[in-house]
Write a new protein. Sequence first.
Length: 487
Amino acid sequence: MRPFHLLRLGVFLMPALAALAPARAPRADVQRTEVRRAEVHGAVYDSIAGKPLAGALVQLVAADSGSTYGRTVVSDSLGAFRFADAPSGRFTLGFYHAVLDSLGLEPLLRTITVADGGSVRADLATPSAARLRMAICGAPTPQNSGAVVMGIVRHATDRAPASGVTVIAEWLELSFGSGGMNRRMPRRLATTRETGWFAICHVPSPGSMTLMATRGADSTATIPVEVSSSGLLRRELYLGAARVVAAVPPPRDSTQKDSTTLQVRRLHVGDGRLTGTVRATTDGRPLAGAQISILDGPQTRTNARGEWTLTDAPPGTRMLEVRAVGYYPERRAVDIVDTVAPLKVALATFKSVLDTMKISATRTVDMNLVGFQERRRSSVGRFLAPRDIAVRQPFVTSEIFRSVPGLFLDRTMDAEEKVMMRGLFEDRCEPAIYINGQWMNGLTSGDLDGFIRPNDIAGIEVYMAGQVPAQFQPGLGGCGSLVFWTK
């Protein structure tokens, strides 16, 4: 935490120097008067989070020359503070909290006047989201939302601010034209200051995006974040180094019978350590044998009490996956730092997730699903309903096709991962992808994951080459088609 400089050195030294001075006899003609003390009280509020700010250092310092008054208190769980012994005069009131660092702000000060024996209410608050957006990014325009993502990048080892770090924000934009779907992946970059602070302007609001921080060989994972309708998001990132080791994964499906032909995975490991528990949301019982893993990193399983310890984890901000048979998986961003509290994860059963799904049907959706069911009864393709998808436990939509025979997730020459299938004239080809009847040309697996979530899918039609109905065949390319219907 930065030192708070509102209380100056003289406030503390002057009473001490006065005590060392020789005592003087009081003059007979001086009349003694009683000094009546006043109360200064209020609350500290986080205007962005919409809640009181607990643990803020609140300071009251005399602004009049010659006065030596200075006090510090800490706001309570309700953000409240109180000074009970303030003399009359003018004062400077301010507060400091770590949230000010994440906003890139200096301590916020205000001047108040106190009368003898009175009571002064003086509340303190961080600026509103609208004021911060305006100050950092300027006024919004039809082309730019004015929304901003800000925060601090810190070293995972000691939590010190990290300067010169590149923070990358990306999101997916899709538009439709006469030629089909147009895909665009905007990217914004920012470099942290000496304090580790960064701000990225004109991000989608509300909207989903990803963040990653990198400097040299050190980096964070790419984590998903959600920007609310307020147009402001705070997120701290922790930068850490990782060692790379080689590992061979087990076969993913029956088409990969010989594990020796699999590509070697590059696992990221380090000196980090995480602990936690996994329980069921229905009855709170511990889940034994649940798989805990860091994406592209080490993994472990829970014991009979649902407890787990993950060692050799790469330090920094990472993505954690939790899976258990019969339960809906969870993926969350975690900060692997020097000290971190045990994580508590609760998994819902597939039945509870499916039972709470509500479909707001429209005439168009009804007609789409009628066509899906008709083709399911008469066509030769493969059809996946919501329950077929749920049993595969996909985190993202593209993972569904890891277990569908004849389909693969491959990286193309330009290093983009796409869904591929066996073709008529080649071993693997790129199928046509339709979403609610609209041809989506050139989708990568990342685009697909960003556009459709697994629990939004009402049905998938998989047609290999030679099986495709005419309405889902954009050309004579010799490849098949994937058709998605959403709820």
